[in-house]
Write a protein that binds this ligand. Structure first.
Ligand code: HEM
Length: 146
C-alpha cells in the first residue's frame, strides 16, 4: 500500500513539474509585462516546492518502497536518472535568477533576455525525455551492476 501511494504521488508530482515548466514557457514571451512577471515568480516558487517534494517522495520510494535501496544503488539507469534530474535543476537556476533580477529592476526584460531564459526552459523540457526513458529502464532491471 505504501508503494502504491508513493508511486501515485511520484507520478502526480512529476507531471506537475512538467506542467509548471511548460506554463513558464508559455508566460515567458516577448512583451512580458508586470503581471506576467508576477505570474512567473509564483510559478517558479511552486516549481521549487514541487521539485523538493519529488526528491523527498522519489528517495522515499527508492529507500522504503518496492525493491529496496540495494536494487537502485546498483542500477546505472537510476544514477543516470538522478544525474538528469540534477541537470534539470541546474538549468532552472538561470531563469530563476533572471526573474528575480527583472522584478528588482522594475523594468520589463528585453527580447534578448527573454530568449535566453526561454532557452533554459526549453532545455529543461527536453531533458524530461531521456529522464523518462531512464525511469522505465531502471524499473525493469536494465543497467544493473555490481
Ligand atoms: C522530474 C523528475 C522525475 C521523473 C520525470 C520521474 C519519472 C518516473 C517514472 C515515469 C517512473 C515509473 C517508471 C516505470 O514504472 O516504468 C518513476 C519511478 C521511480 N522513480 Fe522517478 N522520476 C523523477 C524523479 C525521481 C527522483 C528524484 C527519484 C529519487 C530517487 C526517483 C525515484 C523513483 C523510483 C524509486 C521509482 C520506482 C521505480 C520502480 O518501480 O522500480 N524519481 N519515475
Amino acid at each position: 500500500m505504501l508503494d502504491l501511494t508513493v508511486a501515485i504521488a511520484h507520478h502526480l508530482l512529476v507531471f506537475s513539474l512538467f506542467g509548471i515548466v511548460f506554463a513558464e514557457f508559455f508566460v515567458l514571451r516577448p512583451g512580458l509585462g508586470g503581471d506576467g512577471l508576477t505570474r512567473l515568480a509564483r510559478l517558479d516558487l511552486i516549481y521549487g516546492i514541487v521539485a523538493g517534494l519529488i526528491i523527498l517522495v522519489g528517495f522515499s520510494r527508492a529507500i522504503f518502497a518496492a525493491k529496496g535501496w540495494h536494487y537502485y544503488a546498483h542500477n546505472g539507469f537510476f544514477w543516470a536518472k538522478i544525474g538528469t534530474f540534477a541537470l534539470i535543476g541546474l538549468a532552472s537556476i538561470p531563469p530563476t535568477l533572471a526573474y528575480l533580477r527583472w522584478r528588482k529592476a522594475g523594468t520589463p526584460p528585453n527580447d534578448e533576455e527573454i530568449k535566453r531564459a526561454r532557452f533554459y526552459l526549453h532545455l529543461e523540457l527536453a531533458l524530461f525525455v531521456p529522464l523518462l526513458g531512464f525511469a522505465a529502464a531502471m524499473a525493469r532491471g536494465y543497467g544493473e551492476f555490481g
